[in-house]
Ligand binder design. Structure first.
Ligand code: TTP
Ligand code: MG
Length: 347
């Protein structure tokens, strides 16, 4: 194998956390979310899945098919916290990690000094011991196959897909397993009598391009086990900020505080939408005489909470010596991360 790519995905994530925190729920059909009248299920424990309950199912339906199901509300902050612990463990092995969601990631473990199977076992054992959850791991020589592998033997599975297993292992799979094939594409394929990947081998590259547009070539390659996409480490986003040039110059700090309060809220909103956190807060001021004052403060944890951002911004403003009235005020949060876990020193 040239590259060694692993895909890790926590089993029944939200439900497993609920079972972890409340041992009475262990081994029981736990259904997370959908507590309200018209809610939908976020996820279900494997015990509940036996009855057919799954993510995005309307709660009333879940209740019908699994009347003994134990419904619990979601606790997103707790899931984020657990996710951070899991990622921290992963980052202790390599920095080449691409988080895909709160509970799954690709890792390029080519340079990790362990046999792939040993590495997968190591990760599973560590997450079980340190966090208390089971994950499924898939290893292969590209992302598409690694993800397929982690899904192969869920929960608590390890699957390795090697080159000699291609194309046999792919042939019987339904076309919906091809990464990039949406519901519409699957339907279109089925309509022309194509149900499995093996059926798709009859499609020429030209046909795929015509049929699937710009993803045509990718789809043509994927079904043959070809996927050259790299594991993409977090793109560094530099900062998120807001500033405004005032209609009327301000000279008292009380009025300036109101702007910072408003900007804190806006910036916090943006950070939350992007699912990122920052730990440097900077206040920028331009005076009526066009002098710039910029002062930043780096705290020792990541935040996207509006009150925390405002508190720091206010302290900065309070300590600023401003002689003239001001014509512009701004607030920026930088030193950003997509994962609240402080990146460790890597080897
Ligand atoms: P998944 O990894 O898709 O699901 P899962 O971890 O519950 O189960 P498994 O991986 O064993 O198949 O999603 C991770 C979490 O994301 C899941 O626990 C709950 C949440 N989620 C939703 O809230 N709504 C959804 O529609 C999906 C798919 C997931
Ligand atoms: Mg999962």
């Amino acid at each position: 194998m040239d590259r060694v790519i692993m895909h890790v995905d926590i089993d029944a994530f939200f439900a497993s956390v609920e079972q972890l925190d409340n041992p009475e729920l262990k081994g029981k059909p736990v259904i997370v979310g959908g507590v309200g009248e018209r809610g939908v299920v976020a996820t279900a424990s494997y015990e509940a899945r036996k009855y057919g309950v799954h993510s995005a199912m309307p709660a009333f339906k879940a209740r019908q098919i699994c009347p003994m199901g134990i419904f619990v509300p979601t606790r997103h902050e707790r899931y984020r916290e657990v996710s951070n612990e899991v990622f921290k463990m992963l980052y202790s092995l390599t920095a080449i990690i691409e988080p895909l969601s709160i509970d799954e990631a690709y890792m390029d473990i080519t340079k990790v000094n362990m046999e792939p199977l040993e590495c997968a076992k190591f990760i599973k054992r560590n997450i079980k011991e340190k966090v208390g959850l089971t994950v499924s791991a898939g290893v292969s020589y590209n992302k598409f196959l690694a993800k397929l592998a982690s899904d192969w033997n869920k929960p608590d599975g390890i699957t390795i897909i090697t080159e000699d297993m291609i194309p046999d292992i792919l042939k019987p799979l339904p076309v919906s397993k091809v990464h990039g094939m949406g519901k519409k594409s699957v339907e279109k394929m089925n309509n022309i009598g194509i149900f499995t990947i093996e059926d798709m081998y009859n499609l020429s590259k030209e046909f795929c391009i015509e049929y699937f547009g710009k993803f045509g070539v990718e789809i043509y390659d994927r079904i043959r086990g070809i996927d050259t996409r790299e594991v993409e480490v977090l793109r560094e986003r530099k900062s998120i900020g807001r500033e405004t040039t005032l209609k009327k110059d301000l000279s008292n700090k009380e009025d300036m505080k109101k702007y910072l309060e408003y900007f804190s809220e806006e910036v916090s909103e943006t950070l939350k939408n992007k699912n990122i956190w920052g730990k440097t807060i900077t206040v920028k001021i331009k005076t009526s005489k066009f002098a710039n004052h910029t002062k930043g403060k780096t705290i020792n944890y990541y935040t996207n909470n509006k009150d925390e951002i405002y508190k720091i911004a206010y302290e900065i403003l309070r300590d600023m010596e401003i002689e003239d009235s001001i014509r512009l005020i701004g607030l920026t949060v930088s030193t950003l991360t997509e994962n609240k876990v402080e990146q460790l020193t890597f080897f």
